[in-house]
Design a binder for this molecule. Structure first.
Ligand code: BES
Ligand code: ZN
Ligand code: ZN
Length: 464
């Protein structure tokens, strides 16, 4: 698909039209005969009239994205080569609807489709500098979301920590970012025993990825983004049941989101220094595996009693958080993205991310910018009672809580042990376990990786 902006009416194979608020105004007779109601995700193609009608029962941005995605999916099932649509509403919603709704993952299909690309013309009243900039910005963000989706969807045998590091290097080269890839020797030398333990039984060596964007103008703020990059989570010796292991290639989604943001950061032209850090690790079993009962020492000296090797993401993040705070001075914000807990999915549903941290106002801000960007998010508050459930008899903390209730929050509170005093109010933890991977297509997401986290992070950065 090629997206184009135009001010002129272009003759195309098909014209896409919305039916707003379920009120059919044109071609009423035929649409009623065909029982078209104008519901969400409803579309009907009238080939003889060269028209594609889609329902738009509400007119907010999210509804527009869904309607546009419905249209492009319908068009993809045909052999039409061009289509046009009038844009009187938010241009960004049109772009996201087309670019995100058009995504499909075909890497492993042996029969390659040889369809010609469809040309889409979005008709706007004028193309000012601002309109052109908005167009380019949203196309860039969507390209990065789709890149992250590709990463997440790639099989774990083809996407392991060193592959993730190679992708990070490519992103750095394309966007003129600084890039550091640190290996297990570095982790060893710097006392990062928690992250190191998780990857120990894997044949793939763990990698710590650190990308840096420095603005051309003087930087006003410093933001650190950290991602859980478990390229596979078998659960380790606390092995996952078979059904729960399927889709755990998606446990790298937080890391992929961070790579996605870093891939679009240069296009945003932000006056901030942005760091993207990913702990890329594979959690496997074997004679060399870390075990329940082991005591690990994290980079900040905190000792951790392992009670469950499937609570590995927090161990990786613990050391990544310490690394970031040791290596980067005067941080303004630290955001971490992770598919951290099944409990978060149980608690808030599979469409929504859980937002946690010590700074309630900052959590609210993240929720607001996430929702505004089209990502559902809700706040989960810490409390003193849940904190006590992480106490250990033998070490400073346990890697799991003594209660199974409130599992998303206890995971977040575990991470708090690795946040320095001066950064307590600057940190937000974002559990994307629900929306990161789509079981059954919803909205403008097809099944598989969704790219969760990227649009919310971009919107947060843009509004700082
Ligand atoms: N990667 C999983 C969390 C997860 C579950 C992500 C479902 C996406 C979908 C994480 O490493 C994990 O296994 N967490 C455990 C924690 C438990 C052992 C305290 C969980 O959620 O069951
Ligand atoms: Zn796990
Ligand atoms: Zn995991």
């Amino acid at each position: 698909m090629n997206l184009n902006l135009t001010t002129k009416k272009i003759q195309t194979d098909i014209e896409i039209l919305f039916v707003k608020n379920k009120k059919i105004k044109t071609d009423k007779e035929i649409l009623e005969l065909l029982d078209f109601k104008g519901e969400e995700e409803e579309s009907i193609l009238l080939p003889e009239l060269k028209k594609l009608y889609v329902g738009l029962p509400q007119s907010d941005d999210e509804s527009i994205k869904i309607a546009v995605a419905t249209a492009i999916k319908k068009l993809k099932s045909t052999n039409y080569k061009s289509a046009s649509i009038k844009c009187k509403e938010s241009l960004s919603a049109f772009i996201e609807g087309f670019e995100l709704g058009n995504y499909s993952f075909k890497k492993y299909k042996s029969k390659k489709e040889e369809k010609e690309e469809i040309n889409i013309y979005i008709e706007v009243s004028e193309i000012t500098k601002e309109v052109q900039n908005e167009f380019e910005k949203f196309v860039s963000v969507c390209t990065s979301v789709n890149m992250a989706r590709d990463f997440v969807n790639t099989a774990p045998d083809d996407f392991y920590p060193s592959v993730m590091a190679q992708e990070a290097i490519k992103i750095a080269t394309n966007n003129e970012l600084e890039c550091k890839i640190l290996d297990e020797d570095y982790l060893e030398e710097n006392g990062m025993g928690a992250m190191l333990a998780v990857g120990r039984a894997s044949r793939h060596k763990s990698k710590l990825i650190h990308l840096t964007y420095k603005p051309k103008k003087k930087s006003k703020k410093k933001i650190v983004l950290i991602g859980k990059g478990l390229t596979y989570d078998s659960g380790g010796l606390s092995l996952k049941p078979s059904d729960f292991m399927v889709s755990m290639k998606s446990d790298k989604s937080g890391g992929c989101a961070v790579l996605g943001v870093m891939n679009t950061i240069a296009a945003l032209n932000l006056p901030f220094e942005v760091h993207g850090i990913v702990g890329a690790v594979e959690n496997m079993i074997g004679g060399n595996a870390y075990k329940p009962d082991d005591v690990l020492v994290a980079r900040n000296g905190t000792t951790i009693e392992v009670k469950n090797t499937d609570a590995e993401g927090r161990l990786v993040l613990a050391d990544c958080l310490c690394y970031a705070q040791d290596e980067i001075e005067d941080i303004d914000y630290i955001l971490d993205f992770a598919t951290l807990t099944g409990a978060c999915v149980v608690g808030v549903g599979e469409y929504t991310s859980g937002i946690m941290g010590n700074n309630i106002e900052l959590n609210d801000t993240v929720v607001k910018y996430a929702n505004e960007a089209g990502e559902l998010a809700t706040k989960l508050d810490f409390n003193r009672y849940l904190k006590k459930t992480l106490k250990s008899e033998v070490a400073d903390v346990c890697n799991i809580s003594s209660t199974r209730y409130g599992g998303a929050i206890t995971a977040g509170m575990f991470l708090d042990n690795f946040i320095k005093e001066e950064n307590k109010q600057k940190w937000v933890h974002i559990d994307i376990a629900g929306p990161a991977f789509v079981d059954k297509a919803w909205g403008y997401n097809s099944a598989g990786g969704s790219g969760a986290g990227i649009r919310m992070a971009v919107n947060f950065l843009e509004n700082l």
